[in-house]
Design a protein around this ligand. Structure first.
Ligand code: ADP
Ligand code: ZN
Length: 615
């Protein structure tokens, strides 16, 4: 309900009550019809021990027997008066006689309050009127202060043991822990210590947990703030908060500052149309200023997390700022098993629970999903009045987690898993055979963002120059995923969309930007401009004829078709090896470079004509 409604209702209610009380003070008060005895009767009853206790209230005595009120009488004296009166009547007071209890000390606060109630209400009314008259103003003033002290360093008890399936990241972060623990050791050698570490990974992959674990391992305070909190209406609030935060952190150094969702403030500056990002910019600048202000003796390490490293401002990523990037992938089958084990610890698990089986059934689950899964299973077990969490609860919980509205799209059926495995194996196989293609570093069918699976290449050297044959091999590798699906299942899927887009863009660039087409010759086509105010979009202005446009299209088409034929031939010749890699991928989900190499050397059960690498 609208708060204004309540406010005005309260106003009228107060007005009514106030009026009523005002009127009632001028009216003669009617006495409640109550049996009030005369004082002598009271004494009489006390004498006969019909009562054993007397309570003296305001102008009133109450006689009780066994805790029950028996009689009442008016009395206008003090307690001393009462006691002497009783004694005069020959009644023993105290031990063995009548007990006298005094209810109030004669000063009736309640009565006074009641007398002043109309006045108080009137005051409240005035206050309300006054406040609503300048309501909007006061709120604006409170805004800046409200969350000024929103951080306080806490010492987390989480350690690396609580974070599973991210061993590589843990290894890299070990160094940060050591620095926080004994900074002198590093400073003595003049080592430049990391100031900023960027944790990159999808939501729920444990970035926050990892940051806390670093603080926990090193035993230092942990300050945390989220980038989205900075995006406020008033310019300057975010920057002030950053200043406060770093100020506090420096006072408690060594410590960790964790900035979650840094992409909320750290987008490319100047991106996007219109205003509204002044605040972000100021906040970002303040972060940079603070980090630049660290000297070698500042033992504060800033960790930040994002799932969009691509949109970060390059200024954030420069040396001395967030120059270390640690990638946290969605866990693979072994990672999921380890995470499940971490979260199962301390919970009563039934004997038949096998984390490996659960891990197998949960492709695409993040660490947070798995934590949630165990929790759901525990709830189910409790509802079924079980003493422990069984396999049945866990499997039902998987369905529950998957069927949750957002995660539906992440459910990967066995059939889908197979297709994705063949697709990625196709990429890897062609990359392996073609001499100019980048070596395959890792291949995985663990879903990641929009992609069902992925193949990561590792360029052998930092390249500034690309040759035409490198591009041609790259085109073939891009298309290989789709071809593998095609020759295995006789069917094509939507999974290759991104590959096709990349291949087309590359082929077009070869023709229009790098002059790599024999038919069109060494020249560029189109005038490109970076339109800063439209974000970082690049638009192409046409500066060639319709006829040339047609030729460009044909050339692009040719490049792609040639690459397609190459890849298809290679995959057809090596179908048995493709099967081998794909099948291994289905069971293991992630294959590292070494495992892949071993697979390529493994003899095939039904030897086929194997393609020799083109020289
Ligand atoms: P992020 O910051 O990457 O979005 P969080 O660190 O907030 O993710 O993870 C949320 C929760 O998921 C954690 O508190 C933890 O219970 C669980 N979790 C995520 N990743 C892991 C992991 N690798 N090992 C153990 N638990 C994890
Ligand atoms: Zn692909």
């Amino acid at each position: 309900m609208n708060p204004r409604f309540w406010q005005s209702s309260l106003f009228y209610l107060l007005l009514l009550v106030g009026l009523f009380l005002l009127v009632s003070t001028f009216l003669p008060r009617a006495k409640a019809p109550e049996e009030v005895l005369l004082y002598p009767t009271f004494i009489e009853q006390a004498k006969n021990r019909e009562i054993d206790t007397i309570k003296q209230g305001e102008n009133r005595l109450t006689g009780l027997k066994d805790g029950k009120a028996r009689i009442k009488a008016d009395f206008f004296g003090s307690t001393n008066d009462l006691i002497s009166l009783l004694k005069d009547a020959g009644i023993i007071v105290g031990e063995g006689g009548i007990k006298v209890e005094v209810k109030s000390d004669g000063f009736n606060w309640g009565g006074i309050f009641l007398n002043f109630l109309p006045l108080i209400l009137f005051g409240a009314l005035l206050f309300f009127l006054f406040r609503s008259a300048r309501g909007a103003n006061t709120q604006a003033f409170k805004f800046g202060q409200s969350r000024a002290r929103l951080v306080s360093g806490s010492k987390p008890t989480v350690t690396f043991a609580d974070v599973a399936g991210v061993d590589e990241a843990k290894q890299e972060l070990q160094e940060v822990v050591e620095f926080l623990k004994s900074p002198q050791r590093f400073q003595a050698l003049g080592a430049r210590v990391p100031r900023g570490v960027l944790l990159v990974g999808p939501p729920g992959s444990g970035k926050t947990l990892l940051a806390k674990a670093i603080a926990g391992e090193a035993g230092v305070p942990f300050f945390s703030i989220s980038g989205s909190e900075f995006v406020e209406m008033f310019v300057g609030v975010g920057a002030a908060r950053v200043r406060d935060l770093f100020e506090q952190a420096k006072r408690t150094a060594p410590c960790i500052i964790f900035v979650d969702e840094i992409d909320a403030v750290g987008r490319h500056r100047g991106a996007g149309l219109g205003g509204g990002h002044d605040e972000r910019e100021q906040t970002l600048n303040q972060i940079l200023v603070e980090m630049d202000g660290f000297d070698t003796s500042t033992n504060v390490i800033v960790l930040s997390a994002t799932n969009r490293p691509d949109i970060l401002d390059p200024a954030l990523l420069r040396p001395g700022r967030f120059d270390r990037h640690i990638i946290i992938d969605q866990p693979d089958i072994n990672g999921r098993k380890a995470i499940l084990q971490v979260h199962a610890k301390g919970k009563p698990m039934a004997k038949d629970v096998d984390p490996e089986i659960i891990a197998k059934q949960t492709p695409g689950f993040s660490g947070a999903d798995l934590a949630n899964l165990i929790n759901e299973a525990a709830i189910l077990a409790a509802r079924r009045n079980r003493k422990d969490i069984g396999m049945g609860e866990l499997e039902d919980a998987i369905d529950r987690v998957i069927a949750g509205p957002e995660k539906k799209s992440r459910l990967i059926s066995p059939r889908e898993k197979e297709i994705i495995a063949y697709h990625e194996a196709g990429h890897a196989l062609v990359a392996k055979i073609l001499p100019q293609a980048d070596p395959v570093h890792k291949i995985s069918i663990v879903a990641r963002g929009m992609m069902g699976g992925w193949t990561r290449f590792l360029p052998t050297e930092d390249r500034h120059l690309w040759t035409r044959s490198q591009f041609e091999d790259r085109l073939a590798v891009s298309l290989a995923g789709r071809i593998a699906e095609e020759i295995t299942f006789n069917e094509i899927t939507t999974g290759a969309q991104n590959d096709l887009e990349q291949a087309t863009r590359l082929a077009r660039k070869m023709v229009t930007e790098y002059g790599m087409s024999d038919n069109l010759g060494p020249r560029t086509f189109g005038k490109r401009e970076e339109l800063v105010f439209l974000g970082r979009e690049i638009t192409e202005q046409r500066n060639y004829s319709e006829k040339v446009a047609e030729k460009i299209d044909t050339e692009v088409q040719n490049l792609i078709q040639t690459a397609y034929n190459t890849a298809k031939k290679l995959l057809a010749q090596n179908k048995a090896r493709l099967d081998l890699v794909a099948q291994r991928l289905i069971t293991k989900e992630t294959l590292e470079e070494a495992e892949l190499d071993a697979l390529f050397k493994e003899p095939l059960l039904s030897p086929q004509l194997e393609a020799t690498p083109a020289s």
